[in-house]
Design a protein around this ligand. Structure first.
Ligand code: ZN
Length: 275
């Protein structure tokens, strides 16, 4: 079994300080948190940015650039930049894809639309086609985010149409109140639909995060943790840093006997060519 690739999702675009008092907001805080996660054993960081004044999610290229430059200067982390925009605000395709200009190795590819809280996270067929095309042109691997089985069907159809290339890399998002639940049975169904050549990781949202991480650990997948997905480091105890969340799964992986991949090893597992 391959070593475990740990992705740290630093801040997301939704959680505010009233709920998550330690969540990184400014480009400096986001970059610093990513560096700490790398030191703790993460090999990928999933990056959103926030408006430093309001704390709200942003999709501003200059903010991304400040975060990315700092991380690249200090670490060999694999960058996975978000293209999700701000769910509910329906940004233009161009704005959502702006981070591709920074040539990350991965970028999120949300393979369909879904309700999220009081709003709809809209990913139209036109957006998916355009995003797949632009990622191919930029040499960025899509990290296919799957919130339910229909999104996996969509990704497979796009593979059949040569819009997405195998091996596919999936990020399963389990446990949102509007999509696939964070249960072993639900995940096993998704797992059996996936092509055998795929690489995959799981996000368990909220209280599902540790259970889903354990599914990935025993089944040969990879794990995403971080304050975008879950803000508790143990029952009722808020994480003070993202690194604490990484440290917890690193300890569990080591105890189980499956090593944690360095960024170099993660690049081999994901089949990235040297740039
Ligand atoms: Zn995200």
């Amino acid at each position: 079994m391959d070593k475990v690739i740990i992705t740290a999702a630093i801040t997301g675009s939704r959680m505010m300080r009233d709920v998550a008092p330690c969540i990184p907001i400014t480009p400096e805080e986001i970059a610093q948190s990513a560096i700490e996660c790398w030191q703790a054993g993460a090999s990928i960081v999933h990056i959103h940015v926030r408006d430093p004044k309001t704390g709200l999610g942003a999709q501003d290229l200059d903010l991304f650039r400040r975060v990315v430059d700092r991380i690249r200067e200090k670490t060999d982390l694999i960058l996975s930049l978000t293209t999700s925009g701000i769910p509910g605000r329906n940004l233009s395709i161009e704005d959502r894809l702006a981070p591709l200009q920074l040539k990350p190795e991965l970028a999120s590819f949300d393979a369909g639309s879904i309700n999220l809280g009081g709003s709809v996270f809209i990913n139209t067929p036109e957006f998916l086609d355009e995003t797949a095309k632009k990622m191919k042109e930029a040499g960025v691997k899509p990290e296919i985010e799957v919130f339910d089985s229909g999104m996996l069907v969509t990704a497979l159809r796009m593979r059949d149409q040569d819009k997405l290339d195998e091996p596919l890399h999936f990020q399963f998002v389990a446990g949102t109140p509007w999509g696939a639940p964070a249960t072993p049975k639900s995940f096993l169904h998704l797992h059996e639909m996936m092509p055998a050549s795929s690489t995959w990781s799981i996000i368990g949202i909220g209280r599902g995060y540790l259970a889903m991480a354990m599914m990935a650990l025993i089944m040969g997948g990879h794990i995403r943790v971080g304050m975008e997905d879950n803000i508790y480091v143990s029952h009722g105890v808020l994480a003070k840093t993202n690194a604490e969340l990484v440290e917890r799964v690193v300890r569990i992986c080591r105890e189980y006997g499956r090593g944690v991949a360095t960024p170099t090893e993660a690049r081999q597992i994901l089949g990235f060519k040297k740039r």
